[in-house]
Structure formats: structure tokens, C-alpha cells
Design a protein around this ligand. Sequence first.
Ligand SMILES: [Zn+2]
Length: 124
Amino acid sequence: MDKFLNLNITDLLTLLGHDTRGRVPGWEVGWIVFGVVIWVFFVLFLSVLVYNDAERRGANGLLWFIVVFFTMLLGLIIWLIVRPPKKERVERRVMVEKVLVCPYCRTENAPNTQFCSNCGSSLE
Ligand SMILES: [Zn+2]
């Protein structure tokens, strides 16, 4: 019984990459670790991309970062489906609304200008 148990532990350690004679883990284990690290960096990269995209579109970037990090490609696909349109378009419309129209000559002036660029009238 004792010998049977010893044999099993030896097999288990060999499976885990630890040779009982003190040899370092085989190159196969190294490649698996390398692959996992590359994969984690890839997922992290995707998550950061989605984070930036979400923030730019006025969504919760941190929430989407977590979603994509844990669900990976599934989260990315969901984001691509549900993501709102770019915020920049909305901002441009607001900018147009903020343009100061001269009450005398109807010239459009940039926001925060005090005098009309066409006729020089006060815009306040
Ligand atoms: Zn004017």
C-alpha cells in the first residue's frame, strides 16, 4: 500500500512538470506559461481598447473593461452590438448651437467673442 501511494505521488509530480530528481520543468511547461502570458496580454489589450472606445462614446469604460476582460471575445462582440454612437457628433451639434449670431447683421461668431467679426457690434 505504501509503495503504491509513493508511485502515485511520483506520477503526479511528473505530470505537474516537477521531476522527482530535481530537474527544472520541461520546455513544454515553459511554452504553456508563455502562451498563457501572451493570451492574458492580448485580452488586456482588447479590454483597454474597449475601455477607450466606451469612454469616448460616453459609456462606462471601467464596466466594459471588466466585462471584456472576463468574457473576452464574447464581451467584445456584445460591446460592438450595444455601443452607442460616437460622442463627438453630439458635441459638434452643441458647438453649432453655441455659435453667437449677431443681432444686427446675422453673422455667426465663435462662442465667447465679445464683438461681431463683421460689423463690430457688441454681442453681450
Ligand atoms: Zn454683426
